[in-house]
Design a protein around this ligand. Structure first.
Ligand SMILES: Cc1cc2nc3c(=O)[nH]c(=O)nc-3n(C[C@H](O)[C@H](O)[C@H](O)COP(=O)(O)O)c2cc1C
Length: 201
């Protein structure tokens, strides 16, 4: 395992949770990442559906030594999550919460929770920033509440302060987000905020 206290964090990691390539959150995320590229900020987009990540199996080995007992693609992702100064998570709303691909990653970060709150591992890194991108088919006022609450606690274990969000209601078919130019410009603004954070450090 890397020594987190000494890890030099890479600038920006983006987790694309949606199982649908070219879907609404994927397009919004790409819009955000385009701004980073334009401003020469290095980012990595990880498409979670391409990885083999088991859900948490409650083995609780992490309570003893902070390490997850399941050896799958999450091992590499732990290193990337530890290294990121900025994390952007993109997920469609599935049953009022994150999609399963993203939720599996979040639950596997119980290992980070154990390190922070049970084993009291310290870091001298200042907090990074976390951003959320999501889309829902319906227009409900509370449709993003579940996702936002989950992500808030996810960011906390990763030592990330909440940086901003792009939440788009009323899009269902892939690409419908293109009918909402204001959503695309919000995604670009989010990219600008992330660039500002990286550059001021
Ligand atoms: C399994 C599943 C569950 C969904 N649950 C909800 C829901 O609870 N509320 C909602 O507004 N939309 C729901 N949707 C619709 C998606 O959030 C919507 O189509 C979104 O634009 C998909 O984003 P994507 O293209 O990035 O995957 C659901 C879709 C699927 C496939």
């Amino acid at each position: 395992m890397p020594d987190e206290s000494k890890a030099v964090r890479a600038p920006v990691l983006a987790l694309q949770g949606s199982p649908r390539r070219g879907g609404n959150t994927d397009l919004l995320l790409d819009e955000t990442l385009t701004v980073l590229t334009e401003k020469r900020v290095v980012s990595e987009k990880v498409v979670l559906r391409d990885l083999k990540i088991s859900p948490c199996l409650e083995i609780y080995a992490c309570l003893k030594d902070g390490q997850c007992a399941i050896k799958d693609d999450m091992i590499e992702l732990y290193d990337k999550l530890n290294a990121a100064r900025v994390l952007i998570v993109a997920s469609p709303i599935f049953f009022y919460g994150p999609c399963a691909q993203l939720k599996a990653v979040i639950d596997r970060c119980q290992a980070m929770w154990s390190r922070k709150y049970r084993l009291n591992w310290k870091t001298d890194q200042p907090p990074g920033r976390g951003y959320v991108i999501s889309a829902s088919a319906t227009l409900g006022k509370k449709v993003f509440d579940g996702l936002l609450l989950t992500v808030k606690y996810f960011f906390d274990v990763l030592n990330l302060e909440f940086g901003g969000q792009v939440l788009v209601r009323g899009v269902d078919l892939a690409g419908e987000v293109f009918d909402k130019p204001e959503a695309l410009s919000q995604a670009r603004e989010l990219g600008g905020t992330a660039v500002e954070f990286i550059n001021r450090e």
